[in-house]
Write a protein that binds this ligand. Structure first.
Ligand code: PAF
Length: 282
């Protein structure tokens, strides 16, 4: 697996791939890879001749008081993991390569509506940073497929909307959440948790599971969510949100059947997110 740092080298490598008429799958990441990321590479491998991963801790998607500086940078281990997973090419640029101008002078991509509320509400500007970098990577790599995890449910919906609105000829592949044995969704941020917090963290998934069961059995949404919120607080979480939305992230109406429960909650300074899809009864 080759690691490229510069845009001209990436373009040159891609020109060879295109000359050979091969199909390209892109796996954008911020590094510190775990089995969830490797599942993205596996999904990419199934679909394409050439798999390109990117590692870039994107400053534009972090708020002023977020963990940009603390975000783990583990390039050597990531390279080994990607190579073993069958990745062909890694693009790992410096910040100054991606954003040669100050961030505030940088052209941005902003997706309306689907970015409102949930993580878009608790992390203002976050999704503009995500769509700007992902749109830029789409433009640089021009893949046939791009793979994203379903753990970031709203991010996946936002990227799908961007691709539709800007007519990117790219198939977006959503890859199911990979969980630890105790149910905790794998995330690079799990590494911030103390041993005690790590023992509590699976309660987020367990609570969503209990709520799903209640909602699928026809219990009323308001009291069910309020009970879940209280359970999370009792377990030691500070919830950012706990919501039921239609699967497309629109509001739940009496005719909604396919829905999703979404939560973000802090354990100490660590913000965890998770979601479960469900079918509401008639
Ligand atoms: O999901 C992530 O790791 C990031 O938001 C992404 C899609 C790589 C953009 O920086």
């Amino acid at each position: 697996m080759r690691t490229l740092r510069e845009i001209p080298a990436l373009r040159e490598a891609l020109a060879d791939v295109r000359r050979r008429g091969e199909r390209i799958a892109l796996v954008p990441t911020m590094g510190n890879l775990h089995d969830g990321h490797l599942a993205l590479v596996a999904a990419a491998r199934e679909r394409a001749d050439v798999v390109i991963a990117t590692i870039f801790v994107n400053p534009m998607q972090f708020g002023p008081n977020e963990d940009l500086d603390a975000y783990p940078r583990t390039l050597e281990a990531d390279q080994a993991g990607l190579e073993a997973a069958g990745c062909d090419l890694l693009f790992a640029p410096e910040v100054s390569t991606v954003y040669p101008r100050p961030l505030e002078a940088q052209t941005r991509i902003a997706v309306p509506e689907v970015t409102e509320g949930l993580c878009g509400g608790s992390r203002p500007g976050h999704f503009d940073g995500v769509t700007t970098i992902v749109g830029m990577l789409f433009n640089l790599v021009q893949p046939d497929f791009a793979c994203f995890g379903e753990k970031d449910y709203q991010q996946l919906a936002v990227i799908r909307r961007m691709v539709a609105d800007l007519h990117f000829p790219i198939e977006i592949v959503g890859v199911p959440i990979v969980r630890a044995e105790d149910g905790l969704a794998l995330s690079s941020r799990n590494g911030y948790l103390s041993a005690e917090q790590r023992a509590v963290a699976p309660r987020l998934y367990q609570t969503l599971g209990e709520l799903r069961e209640a909602l699928e059995a026809g219990e009323a949404t308001g009291p069910t969510l309020a009970r879940g919120y209280a359970r999370l607080q009792q377990a030691g979480f500070a919830p950012d949100y706990l919501e039921l939305r239609a699967a497309d992230l629109g509001p739940v109406t009496p005719t909604t059947r396919e829905a999703v429960l979404l939560a973000a909650a802090r354990l100490g300074a660590t913000r965890l997110i998770d979601n479960l899809t469900l079918t509401l009864p008639r």
